[in-house]
Design a binder for this molecule. Structure first.
Ligand code: KIV
Ligand code: NA
Length: 263
């Protein structure tokens, strides 16, 4: 049975955690969905882990379309969330055009980086049958504006704004939110303040779901990894399917993320 936005909403309603992993090709989409992971994110992290760039900014709509189509062919029933790349939702027309391409390639949900100002975009997409996930907190496409990859929401005023924005996005019709690198306490409050599912990465175990980049889970990422990463291959004896299942179980039993993975 396929996972839908309703499945994730039911998880939130019933207090069950759900798992998400990135994939960029059919082989990994097959492995991840067969392991019971609920959703696959075709992230613009592919700019770094697939294309070798040092940020996500060079990734194009056509790149995400190509990888979404690859993932969709290997997928065994997971919900497919596809990233809207840098500036592809800067105007409503662009957001609609990008969403058209991603949905036709096989996405079930589009993920857009931003905050409360995306409410109008979310509302128009919703009206046209496109479910959205708004990626808040550390939005890597804004690395130049932030002056580096930094935890967001440490100041009370910033945290209050983030929670108000989350509520505005829910009211506008967002189907889910994703929080990256936001202090645990703020992430916990925000997750409790909205009725829609909240996916965390470097956020909190109290979020409704968790996501990681597959290369990080398998311990094959080149260079230094972030604090929120856990290598699940270390205890899996080189067995990729076992590592993915260990991640899925750890998310669902609440043992990942631990305090050491949070800010
Ligand atoms: O592109 C990506 O993989 C992401 C996740 C890290 C949340 O946006
Ligand atoms: Na992304």
């Amino acid at each position: 049975m396929s996972v839908t936005v309703r499945t994730l909403q039911q998880c939130k309603n019933e207090g069950r955690k759900f798992s998400v992993l990135t994939a960029y090709d059919a082989t990994f989409a097959h492995q991840i969905s067969s392991a019971g992971v609920d959703a696959i994110l075709v992230g613009d992290s592919l700019g770094m882990v697939v294309q070798g760039h040092d940020s996500t900014l060079p990734v194009t709509v056509d790149d995400i379309v190509y990888h979404t189509a690859c993932v969709a062919r290997g997928n065994q029933g997971a919900l497919i969330i596809a990233d809207v790349p840098f500036l592809a939702a800067a105007t409503l027309d662009r957001a609609l055009d990008c969403s058209l391409k991603l949905m036709q390639a096989g996405a079930n949900v589009v993920k857009i980086e931003g905050a409360g100002w995306l409410a109008d975009t979310v509302q128009v997409l919703k009206r046209n049958g496109v479910p959205t996930c708004v990626h808040m907190g550390l939005t890597p496409q804004s690395v130049n504006a932030f002056g580096g990859y930094r935890v967001q929401g440490r100041e009370q005023s910033q945290a209050d704004q983030m929670i108000a924005d989350a509520q505005a996005l829910e009211a506008a019709g967002a189907d889910m939110l994703l929080l990256e690198c936001v202090p645990r306490e703020v992430s916990k409050q925000l997750t409790a303040a909205v009725g829609i599912p909240v996916i965390g990465i470097g956020a909190a175990p109290e979020c409704d779901g968790q996501v990681l980049v597959i290369q990080d889970v398998l311990g094959i990422t080149a260079g230094k990894t972030a604090r929120f990463v856990k290598n699940f291959m270390a205890a899996a004896n080189g067995d990729i399917a076992a590592a993915i299942k260990a991640y899925d179980s750890a998310v669902k039993d609440g043992s990942f993320p631990a305090a050491e993975h949070c800010f």
